[in-house]
Design a binder for this molecule. Sequence first.
Ligand SMILES: *[C@@H]1O[C@H](CO)[C@@H](O)[C@H](O)[C@H]1NC(C)=O
Ligand SMILES: *[C@@H]1O[C@H](CO)[C@@H](O)[C@H](O)[C@H]1NC(C)=O
Ligand SMILES: *[C@@H]1O[C@H](CO)[C@@H](O)[C@H](O)[C@H]1NC(C)=O
Ligand SMILES: *[C@@H]1O[C@H](CO)[C@@H](O)[C@H](O)[C@H]1NC(C)=O
Ligand SMILES: *[C@@H]1O[C@H](CO)[C@@H](O)[C@H](O)[C@H]1NC(C)=O
Ligand SMILES: *[C@@H]1O[C@H](CO)[C@@H](O)[C@H](O)[C@H]1NC(C)=O
Ligand SMILES: *[C@@H]1O[C@H](CO)[C@@H](O)[C@H](O)[C@H]1NC(C)=O
Ligand SMILES: *[C@@H]1O[C@H](CO)[C@@H](O)[C@H](O)[C@H]1NC(C)=O
Ligand SMILES: *[C@@H]1O[C@H](CO)[C@@H](O)[C@H](O)[C@H]1NC(C)=O
Ligand SMILES: *[C@@H]1O[C@H](CO)[C@@H](O)[C@H](O)[C@H]1NC(C)=O
Ligand SMILES: *[C@@H]1O[C@H](CO)[C@@H](O)[C@H](O)[C@H]1NC(C)=O
Ligand SMILES: *[C@@H]1O[C@H](CO)[C@@H](O)[C@H](O)[C@H]1NC(C)=O
Length: 589
Amino acid sequence: MLRVWQVLCSLCLLLKLSQCDQPTNSSTFLSASSSSNSSTNSSTNPQILDVAIRTQRDVSRPIPIDQLTVAGLSLNSLFEVGGYTQESLGNLSSLLYNGTQAIMVDLYWNEFTSVWQLCPAPFPQNMTYNMNSNVNVTWENRTYSCEYGFTTDNVMDALASYIQSTNTDFQANFMHLLYNLKSIHYEKSNRTTELENIYLPRSKTVVVGNSSLIDTVAPISSYLFTPDVLNSFRARGSANYSSYQNFYSRSNFTMPSLETILLSEYKRLLVNIVSDDTVQSRRSYEISDQDRRILFFEDTLPIDAMNTTTADNYCNQVFSYRNTVEDFDNQTLSTHFRYAIDNDNEPFTTQSLRRYVRCGLSPIFNSTSYQVPATNQSISQNKEIVKDYIPQLFWSWAPGQPLVAENSTANRSSSGNVAYKCVYMTPDGWEIGNCYTEHQIACKNLTAPNDWYIPIHERRTYFDVDRNDCPPGFNFSLPRSSIEMLALHNAIQQQGATFPVWIDLNDITVETCFVSGGPYAECPYQRTVTTTKFVKMIAPSSIVALVILILIFLEKTLRKDHLQANRKKYWKKKISEHYSKHEYEGVPS
Ligand SMILES: *[C@@H]1O[C@H](CO)[C@@H](O)[C@H](O)[C@H]1NC(C)=O
Ligand SMILES: *[C@@H]1O[C@H](CO)[C@@H](O)[C@H](O)[C@H]1NC(C)=O
Ligand SMILES: *[C@@H]1O[C@H](CO)[C@@H](O)[C@H](O)[C@H]1NC(C)=O
Ligand SMILES: *[C@@H]1O[C@H](CO)[C@@H](O)[C@H](O)[C@H]1NC(C)=O
Ligand SMILES: *[C@@H]1O[C@H](CO)[C@@H](O)[C@H](O)[C@H]1NC(C)=O
Ligand SMILES: *[C@@H]1O[C@H](CO)[C@@H](O)[C@H](O)[C@H]1NC(C)=O
Ligand SMILES: *[C@@H]1O[C@H](CO)[C@@H](O)[C@H](O)[C@H]1NC(C)=O
Ligand SMILES: *[C@@H]1O[C@H](CO)[C@@H](O)[C@H](O)[C@H]1NC(C)=O
Ligand SMILES: *[C@@H]1O[C@H](CO)[C@@H](O)[C@H](O)[C@H]1NC(C)=O
Ligand SMILES: *[C@@H]1O[C@H](CO)[C@@H](O)[C@H](O)[C@H]1NC(C)=O
Ligand SMILES: *[C@@H]1O[C@H](CO)[C@@H](O)[C@H](O)[C@H]1NC(C)=O
Ligand SMILES: *[C@@H]1O[C@H](CO)[C@@H](O)[C@H](O)[C@H]1NC(C)=O
């Protein structure tokens, strides 16, 4: 397989086609699975991170988007350190690729120029600027370093290019863009004329920025999940819901599931106005009907933006729920986007972050500095904190998981069979376990996702779990949201079960592609990865296309053989045993 790629790449290089590196990188997912000797056992390994992110997303597909947790950061915490400049955005792309799914931005309505700007101070208009020049500007006794031509368009362009480059079933995720609206306000007073002389623009043409909210999101407008899209979703009704989604559709304020948004509406992000601190005056911004059709405001979408104090109280309440499924149901059915936003006085710690994520809050990093637990040093928001904080951001996986060990599969007769390819629940979250060991199993009520039952007298290997092992009305399953996870955690403790407990998740068929639906559930990406990327490559030139088509054919045949040789070898026997014993309805998540 590798050789075919090498041929393809040298071909691309010869013809100076830039598309080459894309398919190469997207194939790392499959090539990693075929070279099982590649060691991937570091918890900060980007590949592990990718797998963890993708698994959590896939598992959550049937869940309404208001119940999903995302992690993100405020751009202002970057700007406060590096200035309100394009340069400060430098890290944004890499942060987006590493799982940042929420971006919070403070937008300032400049009453002198009537535009939305990122810089918290107005620019004196009686001088001429170079678009890229950094200037020190002062407003209300604070001085900011601002780039004159730096606007929301720069932020949106970074977002748009990230979204475009990840717009495949394999990589697409759903993002939140959060706006805090503020004013650069001046009162009518005897200083008015003085201020206006400095800050009023000489002519409209020199003003940089957008004069309406809707214009600020224009570069990403085709990807937006808007109130209009929501209304047409609601108008269609719940006729095509699965029984699983029927539970969530009992909510008074139904929201589409992640799957619906990404794979039938093809939307990638929503814009939420988290706070509106604009000062009312003759010169203030009027929110238009157009804005209301594109952006969500407090009255069209219920959100909770919590500070660390209110988030702590909220989590204490959620963690105190005991043995009542109703409490968890109430939580999951009350529609809310819940964010925990820290600040310089009370930055997240690794512990508080973990608590917030597990009780269903989306953490937004807004402090300019954080403690590194190991050294107790305070450092600014940058790569260093990623190592300690990112592993805490999953409600599903335990920190550092899924850990793929070098000896993940072996057929050693001495020590029995070993296959570290199945997932169980520990007090810290999900971990990879040996499918051949016996543990208790998690059974979920078919119509009530927060209702869990653990048959404590039964222990099974993952392969031996049978549909009759769960009582009628329940099946072997897995938690799909943070609250379902808490409900399971609670049930394990209340029913006297012992950790670890098997959940229905494994990567037996294709390594790092975690699926539910029994030991031989198929990886939904096997085909996507091989065909769509090739289609992209075929575009450049028809001559190359012909050569590539031949190579595709070769590659596919080789890969098929390879898959068969490498993976089916281990599982063929086990799976055919399984087939003969059970009849599964394998629905890959
Ligand atoms: C593709 O992967 C190679 C190494 O694996 C890396 O150097 C390169 O930057 C990657 N390209 C992209 C577009 O991610
Ligand atoms: C701009 O206006 C301020 C206040 O009137 C004045 O101090 C400053 O010199 C002016 N700058 C230019 C370039 O005219
Ligand atoms: C802005 O102020 C900082 C610190 O006071 C100074 O180092 C910098 O040179 C100033 N920049 C400009 C463009 O004047
Ligand atoms: C700015 O500082 C001056 C003098 O210290 C003070 O009188 C004034 O109230 C301050 N203005 C603001 C907006 O804080
Ligand atoms: C502005 O008005 C205040 C009272 O409102 C007065 O005390 C002050 O002297 C006036 N300043 C100027 C520059 O006229
Ligand atoms: C949901 O609707 C029901 C019936 O209309 C009502 O009794 C209940 O109070 C509503 N719940 C919320 C949270 O609005
Ligand atoms: C947190 O928010 C609550 C309610 O909005 C407020 O009363 C409290 O003062 C805030 N706490 C901090 C530390 O900002
Ligand atoms: C549901 O939760 C809300 C707030 O989270 C609470 O006010 C309400 O009393 C709860 N309802 C029930 C029936 O527990
Ligand atoms: C973000 O942090 C800054 C600095 O600590 C703080 O002033 C601001 O209120 C925070 N934003 C939110 C939405 O909490
Ligand atoms: C983000 O991911 C890239 C690889 O995709 C990695 O090179 C980079 O260091 C990561 N950035 C951070 C801040 O972790
Ligand atoms: C791998 O092998 C070592 C030594 O045989 C063993 O301790 C370990 O549990 C095995 N499995 C994993 C997942 O590391
Ligand atoms: C499953 O949950 C539903 C709704 O709460 C409940 O009516 C039903 O009795 C539960 N099924 C079983 C087998 O307990």
